[in-house]
Design a protein around this ligand. Sequence first.
Ligand code: ADP
Ligand code: MG
Length: 248
Amino acid sequence: MAIIEVSGIHKKFGNSEVLKDVSLEVEESQVVVIMGPSGSGKSTLLRCMTFLEEPDAGDVRIHDCKVQAGSPSGHRHKVIHQLRQNTGFVFQHFNLFPHKTALQNVMEGPLVVKKTSVKEAKDLADELLRKVGLADRANHYPALLSGGQQQRVAIARALAMQPKVMLYDEPTSALDPELVREVLQVMKGLASEGMTMVVVTHEMAFAREVADRVVFMDGGCVVEDGTAKKIFEAPTEERTRQFLNAIA
Ligand code: ADP
Ligand code: MG
């Protein structure tokens, strides 16, 4: 059974229909890259998947939490909270707490949301900072870290909640080119450990190397879905071809 199941998501902002019946399934340990022109609805889709944005229709299941679009209720609120705990979210802008060190940023979720002990939170944070190659930066504040280092802290922070899946929204597009690689390397490492990941990115080399599937979105729809090889070398849709020509 798929670990992520998105069915029939619709989303309007005012009169503009930003997602038009989007469905997407992701199997456990799969890496799915989402590409598509600016404004095609990629960020809105990720936000709807975690109910940061409320879809107008459709439903989302992540692991054992299923939530339908619809009216708020106490129970629904609880399931959304649970669904978010299943899901690590990494944004384009790292959004670290500026007044907390790297270590404190990574400890925050477990301490505040999971109410773990300080020792447990610190041990986990130490381990995760090591994993993203930042053991020696644990006591640095974000302002003293490069963009690539900050994004790696953000990944460690998401992992600290021990999510079942990770969602990334253009995690490297705010970075200077020389810092992109270190972040993609960390993501590649996670993929090879079997983490299920949905990644909005235009990094074609990463998609080729790491993605099991590439999903191409345009105009609020999934236009094409296939292996990187198929989508990059033999797209069936003209819109996909045009987009790839424009970014290559
Ligand atoms: P992408 O991530 O593919 O660039 P987005 O999901 O950010 O696309 O945006 C899709 C469309 O929805 C765009 O036209 C954008 O302007 C619009 N949009 C996104 N968020 C909002 C919002 N909160 N209010 C109104 N319009 C929005
Ligand atoms: Mg976006």
